[in-house]
Write a protein that binds this ligand. Sequence first.
Ligand code: GLN
Length: 273
Amino acid sequence: KITVGVLALQGAFYEHLQLLQKAAVSAPPPTQWEFIEVRTKAQLDACDALILPGGESTTISLVAARSELLEPLRDFVKLHRKPTWGTCAGLILLAESANRTKKGGQELIGGIDVRVNRNHFGRQAESFQAPLDLPFLEQADSPFNGVFIRAPVVEKILPHQIGIQVEENQREETVVAPSREVIDVAAQRATEDDVQILAKLPGRAARLIAKEGVNIDAEKETGDIIAVKQGNVFGTSFHPELTNDPRIHLWWLRQVQDAVQTRHNVVVRSQVG
Ligand code: GLN
């Protein structure tokens, strides 16, 4: 059984749960899925993977801090490297760096070595939809309807930071005894990649948006990074949970299956050896 949590402090968590259910019908068996709302550390501890929904990143971060979830979330993403996906505000929280807005900044969880620009498309374009070409989807025969609501984009890939943090932790823990956590982290690190850019907002989409009356300079916006992945951590600028299209959720559930399987194999190997 694989338990997937959706952080349910604020924002579009219910919509994610709905689409996860829909996607799970098509995810390859024999996995049994459980989808749960996460509001406490105990619930987080039960999860093999986690979604951080869209909403308002400052609010989510404040509520998480007040619920004493911020540190456990950082451990989940950066120490245990469990599969995590952030959409919109969720992507902001997973970035290692974000700009402050007029309303101020917020504490981030981190996990993807990028800097995001919040509210990138500005006020006049607080919301738009654009047909997206997402090459990482297997059945990318038809475009995915990208819903952008005061969306961030990735404006910069930062030098690798996660490795350093994990290494320090590994050193500390190895002195005591190589715990299961250390083995897991080592396994994750072996397959850890640099930041992968999975999708950009194409100029074609920007032109369509411009036609709809939203003031976006098609040439200028060409190439904005709207989906990234680093190891097990995945982020999108837009909100797949606000569509009825389960393709990205299905793709992600497959990634989760692979990650959980890898983790399991490592633990089994270490018990045998
Ligand atoms: N602009 C919001 C923020 O900074 C994110 C918007 C969203 O998630 N739709 O948190």
